[in-house]
Design a protein around this ligand. Sequence first.
Ligand SMILES: C[S@@+](CC[C@H](N)C(=O)[O-])C[C@H]1O[C@@H](n2cnc3c(N)ncnc32)[C@H](O)[C@@H]1O
Length: 213
Amino acid sequence: MDDDAPDEALADIKGRQIGGWGVAQIAVGTGLTVYAMWVGILQPGFRKVPLKLQVPYIPASKTQVQNVMTLLRGRKGNLVDLGSGDGRIVLEAHRHGFNPAVGYELNPWLISLARIHAWRLGYHGKVAYLREDLWKVDLTKCKNITVFLAPSVLSLLQEKLHAELPDGALVVAGRFPFPDWEPCRIEGHGVDRAWAYNMQAQKQRLLGKVSNI
Ligand SMILES: C[S@@+](CC[C@H](N)C(=O)[O-])C[C@H]1O[C@@H](n2cnc3c(N)ncnc32)[C@H](O)[C@@H]1O
């Protein structure tokens, strides 16, 4: 056996320079891996959703979830999280007495993860995670709605919520506020901030604006 062989091989590798072609190969390889992860794991189910409406998965932090629950204090009835990710807001809502607590989510991996979390914590059958496009679900009977989405979609979502939600509904938005609505309460600071909107007040504001024209 040649005991020096591994050392020689190592010295040989160390001595080699990575040229421009090598750098290009690494860059292309890394790019393809990231793209494959994006398409295969993070964004399946989004093929039919226009690019500008696709919102990536960024889970709410513990503080963000707490702020949402603080804004929902005193409320009862059903709750819907639009784009429910791994289901953390729905679970917490169920713990706070909201019934039924439902999450709509397009990514099947996240739906499975949410169901596993619920099962592990003993909430199997008590919360629901449905694979639905939030733009297509009927919200006419929703009383409490939570939304952790991107600023690019909030303007359009405002219109849907305005058209469908009953007067008594309360909408809580995390991370980013709705562009044209006036919140009735705000909780937290910086990225943890959450805004609560009373639907009746938004509808009255719009009526006031129209009658002033
Ligand atoms: C920023 S994450 C928030 C996840 C969760 N609500 C939370 O706060 O932890 C947004 C989620 O919305 C989902 N989503 C984006 N567009 C959607 C659509 N059209 N229908 C259903 N879910 C959607 C994404 O897959 C992602 O999981």
